[in-house]
Design a protein around this ligand. Structure first.
Ligand code: AMP
Length: 429
């Protein structure tokens, strides 16, 4: 199957070719024909599946082939949970519309509204936005939704997690009832199904296998540790393993700042990315990380959601997420596009319950090890996953451990290794 077979016009095919894509990804193959046919679509797809082009290409085709008044009313709206995702989707929209007469724009909070208002005034066919800022702009009458033909909710599950449901419903209440609706979500909770029921009409369901299927591409490992040792362990892992690009997940903004400071003090270049950082700081941190100018990006779940960081070799869960699905999203940052990756979780006694929840979701146990010299002394969980046996520290990219006593004893259980069946609950709660 080629992009041409999907029914895309020459102008879009040229843009796609310039991006270097040769064949459509599964979600593109499944979603594009339905979207071109004007159907509502409910798509199960995570970042990394090519979902953005999956909705952007057909919507751009629709917009370019449909007549519109000269003043260019807003006809398509993409709602995203975070500023970063909005910026990324907008970049895609711009690239794919290079050869079309389409006006696009992006609006999100954290930056001044004046230039966004000026852009909207000039007429925009397709707008990418985060819900809060968009409602502000609507309240100021800087944007109207009366002529919306297509509504796209990207990463709808995360928008619900972030409490945007009221904003979304409010925005929709200003739109015409007759329109096309596309809802993309990585997971399908009860809430998402409810939202889908209220928004979508006779939707076609499409599902994508992420390229970075957690079970197959990513080597996952947990270290049972003391909470107080985590910083020292992660510093050693990065230094000893010569890791040059590692994404570390924290549960809190404060924790992200603190760890970043400690890494910098150890001579490891790092930056934090979270909701309290200015837009400028977040963009700069991400771009420095992508260009390898900094080795470590320390992120909270919300800030990291939807970031397109290709071929990331290492992800560390400094703290396990309390929502098991977030674990799947986190480790989805590694081993992308067919490359293998390593995801390491540092688990202290108070997080063992989170680990169990994650294992339930994955349908398999995480290989759990203890690092020599860092044996956990806090209350061990009642259930030990494994018996311990001697083994040597091996990190996929490390040479030799720097510290002699930095050698984990392999405490891997017999059922913790090997390929697991992909668990459909990854995507369906
Ligand atoms: P997304 O899931 O939309 O965030 O896309 C993930 C990555 O895949 C982005 O870097 C896209 O540029 C890239 N991508 C999208 N579609 C294709 C394709 N058909 N072939 C190769 N790469 C693609």
């Amino acid at each position: 199957m080629s992009f041409k077979d999907l029914g895309l016009t020459d102008a879009l095919l040229k843009a796609v070719q310039e991006k270097g894509y040769t064949t459509p990804s599964p979600i593109q193959e499944k979603a594009i024909p339905h979207i071109l046919a004007g159907k509502d679509v409910l798509a199960s797809a995570q970042t990394g599946t090519g979902k953005t082009a999956g909705f952007t290409l057909p919507v751009l085709q629709y917009l370019s082939e449909t007549k519109h008044p000269k003043y260019r009313p807003l006809r398509a709206l993409v709602l995203t949970p975070t500023r970063e995702l909005a910026a990324q989707v907008y970049d895609n929209v711009r690239e794919y519309s290079s050869y079309l007469n389409i006006h696009s724009a992006v609006v999100f909070g954290g930056v001044k509204a004046a230039s966004q208002i000026a852009t909207l005034k000039r007429g925009v066919d397709i707008l990418v936005a985060t819900p809060g800022r968009l409602l502000d702009l609507h309240n100021q009458k800087a944007v109207s939704f009366k002529r919306i033909d297509v509504l796209i909710l990207d990463e709808a599950d995360r928008m619900l997690d972030m409490g945007f449901v009221r904003d979304i419903n409010k925005i929709i209440s200003f739109m015409p009832a007759k329109r096309q609706n596309l809802l993309f979500s990585a997971t399908f909770s009860k809430e998402i199904k409810q939202l889908a029921q209220t928004i979508l009409r006779n939707p076609v369901m499409v599902e994508a296998e992420p390229e970075n299927s957690t079970a197959e591409m990513v080597s996952q490992k947990a270290y049972r540790v003391n909470k107080k040792d985590k910083t020292s362990i992660v510093t050693n892992l990065i230094k000893d393993g010569n890791w040059n690009q590692v994404l570390i997940f924290m549960r809190t903004k404060h924790g992200a700042n603190k760890l970043t400071k400690q890494l910098l003090q150890s001579g490891i270049s790092a930056a934090a990315i979270h909701g309290n950082k200015s837009q400028g700081a977040r963009t700069k941190a991400l771009s420095n990380f992508k260009t390898n100018d900094i080795r470590v990006l320390v992120a909270t779940d919300i800030a990291a959601r939807g970031l397109d960081i290709p071929l990331l070799p290492h992800v560390v869960n400094f703290e396990l997420p309390n929502i098991p699905e977030d674990y799947v999203h986190r480790i989805g940052r590694t081993g992308r596009a067919g490359a293998s990756g390593e995801a390491i979780s540092l688990v202290c006694s108070e997080e063992t319950e989170y680990q169990r929840e994650i294992e339930k979701l994955l349908g398999k146990k995480l290989a759990t090890e203890i690092i020599e010299g860092y044996e956990p002394t806090d209350n061990a969980p009642p259930k030990r996953a494994a018996t311990q046996s001697k083994g040597s520290f091996k990190s996929s990219s490390s040479k030799k451990p720097h510290r002699k006593n930095h050698t984990p004893r392999d405490a891997r259980s017999s059922n913790s290794e090997g390929r697991s069946k992909r668990n459909s609950r990854n995507r369906r709660r």
